[in-house]
Design a protein around this ligand. Structure first.
Ligand SMILES: Cc1cc2nc3c(=O)[nH]c(=O)nc-3n(C[C@H](O)[C@H](O)[C@H](O)COP(=O)(O)OP(=O)(O)OC[C@H]3O[C@@H](n4cnc5c(N)ncnc54)[C@H](O)[C@@H]3O)c2cc1C
Length: 387
């Protein structure tokens, strides 16, 4: 394994690595081949308390910061696993924690912390609006003590392995609000109850082993008390939570990147062609060294974003930049790793092609690279708005 300087998180790293070591490459490979869900792995992470890292102690979690939580995610990916199966449980509850009422926090958080309930899903994206979230068409209309939801979502992950979902819906028509970001609200949706009346789930087969779905809502009724925070301010609440999501996913990419560098350096040191290890050729060394440098640089931005988030300072720019740098670096490392494994990179038993597919996702989701560039250009640098 490539040596990194010991940091102050070494105890967390060692503990997560020890847990992950119980789930070798073959475990993740088989789950991937079966398009299954790593239930035993997620259960082990849950019972060890790692997925409740960000939940304050008074609600049953361990009350750690985003930096520690990001190290947990990084180590899962660095060990050959894929935190994408369970990262929602780590950050979705942040919306509830920051904007829910005390009664809501007391109702949901202890059960999420213990793992009795999974809050792994967040329903934002829609087929017709895509990244342009303010144009969502799913509506929630108040009728007495219920909200009635109609519309459609797409790419909603982990619905079949979650008990609850945070749903973003329009509660005031776009035409009736002053700012397009107003008039949307967020709700807690009891997924199993919803499937019994008003919500249809259609799985989307995709390139990675990532459980994701189309959702159709037809007069789905949600109790009024499931509204989080104030009606009409849901878009702002969702944006708040996205900084944690982006920083944690940056850490996952860093974990992936380090896994690729570990594998490719080991392979390039051993594989002998033309009478010498392939890693002795500078044409092989340089792309690997370059990817390593990019990963280390992304890591600094990840910890900058974490420090700001944990200090309750604005961190939108840093969270986005960390995700941008890390997703790019892990892809660069993935490409070098696949390339220098030659034909063997394509064989399932080396796990390179699996991790290659998994890490590619993060330049598209949860936010595409272009949208990060647009955010930095317009919101950080003040260039004229393009939309
Ligand atoms: C496996 C997977 C899991 C997902 N899980 C979830 C989930 O759990 N919950 C959820 O709500 N969503 C989820 N998503 C959706 C994801 O967040 C979106 O796919 C992503 O935000 C991009 O939106 P889109 O697919 O509609 O692309 P579009 O908005 O159609 O954009 C397509 C591409 O066009 C480019 N583009 C678009 N607009 C601009 C612009 N103004 N300037 C420059 N370039 C632009 C970008 O490169 C973008 O990648 C998931 C997606 C995938 C693939």
């Amino acid at each position: 394994m490539v040596r990194s300087a010991p940091d102050r998180y070494h105890e967390i790293r060692d503990a997560v690595r020890a847990l992950c070591a119980q789930f070798p490459d073959s475990y993740h490979r088989e789950i991937d081949a079966q398009r299954g869900y790593p239930e035993a792995f997620v259960a082990a992470l849950t019972s060890a308390g790692w997925l409740a890292a960000l939940i304050p102690q008074e609600y049953g979690g361990s009350g750690l910061g985003l930096a520690e939580a990001s190290v947990v995610m990084e180590e899962i990916n660095r060990s050959g696993g894929n935190a994408g199966a369970c990262h929602g449980q780590m950050y979705n509850m942040g919306t509830l924690l920051r904007h829910g009422s005390e009664a809501q926090k007391r109702f949901y958080l202890p059960k999420i912390a213990s793992g009795e309930w999974r809050l792994q899903s967040m329903g934002v994206t829609e087929p017709s609006s895509g990244t342009d979230t303010t144009k969502i068409r799913t509506t929630a209309t108040r009728r007495g003590d219920r909200w009635v939801v109609n519309g459609q979502k797409v790419w909603i992950s982990r619905v079949q392995h979650s008990d609850w979902m945070i749903l973003l819906a329009r509660t005031t028509p776009l035409a009736d609000v002053k700012k397009k970001t107003e008039g949307m609200s967020i709700f807690m949706v009891d997924l199993r109850a919803a499937e019994q009346g008003g919500m249809t789930v259609r799985p989307i087969a995709n390139m990675v082993n990532h459980e994701t779905n189309e959702l159709f809502f037809e007069n789905l009724e949600i109790p009024a008390e499931n509204l989080i925070g104030e009606e009409g301010r849901g878009f702002r609440y969702i944006l708040d939570g996205l900084n944690a999501e982006r920083t944690l996913i940056a850490a996952e990419c860093i974990g992936d990147g380090r896994w690729f560098i570990d594998r490719v350096t080991a392979y390039a040191g051993e594989r002998v062609v033309f009478g010498r290890p392939i890693g002795q050729n500078q044409g092989v060394q340089f792309p690997i060294a370059e990817a390593h440098i990019e990963i280390e640089a992304a890591d600094l931005m990840r910890f900058k974003a974490c420090a700001l988030f944990d200090a309750h300072e604005p961190c939108g720019a840093e969270a986005n930049m960390a995700k941008y740098l890390a997703a790019k670096a892990s892809w660069q490392a993935a490409d070098a790793c696949l390339q220098f494994h030659g034909g063997f990179g394509f064989a399932h038993e080396y796990d390179v092609e699996r991790k290659f597919r998994e890490t590619r996702l993060y330049q598209v989701a949860p936010i595409s690279t272009n949208l990060i560039l647009s955010y930095v250009a317009e919101h950080v640098l003040g260039l004229p708005r393009s939309f």
